[in-house]
Design a protein around this ligand. Structure first.
Ligand SMILES: [Zn+2]
Ligand SMILES: [Zn+2]
Length: 105
């Protein structure tokens, strides 16, 4: 029956189109989630109030500091100067003096 065959083919082509759409959505969604997860993994570091030095001391990310770039003494984030926008390559542990990488870099 040609009519029935055409109907079946129509269902198949619709199914394939839906499948293609689903695959495309899943791939795009996966790509989006992958990018989002990378961003979310960095977020706790950006919102944290302190980080750990190599010896496990707590290094505060906020406080009183003198910017090594412009020399301004200010209070706030140690990771980024609010005057000149410089981000120091490292923070210094107040307990042992070891350098800790700047999480914003
Ligand atoms: Zn500065
Ligand atoms: Zn330390």
């Amino acid at each position: 029956m040609p009519g029935a065959v055409r109907q079946v083919l129509g269902i198949f082509s619709t199914a394939f189109r839906v499948l293609g759409f689903v695959l495309e959505t899943v791939m795009l969604g996966g790509l989006l989630l992958w990018r989002l997860s990378g961003w979310l993994r960095r977020l706790p570091k950006m919102l944290a109030t302190d980080i750990e030095c190599p010896r496990g001391h707590s290094v505060p990310l906020d406080g009183l500091t003198q910017c090594p770039s412009c020399g301004a003494v200010r209070e706030g984030s140690l990771m980024r100067c609010s005057v000149c926008g410089a981000t120091p390559a490292f923070l210094v542990c107040p307990a042992c003096g070891l350098a800790v990488g700047n999480p914003l870099r």
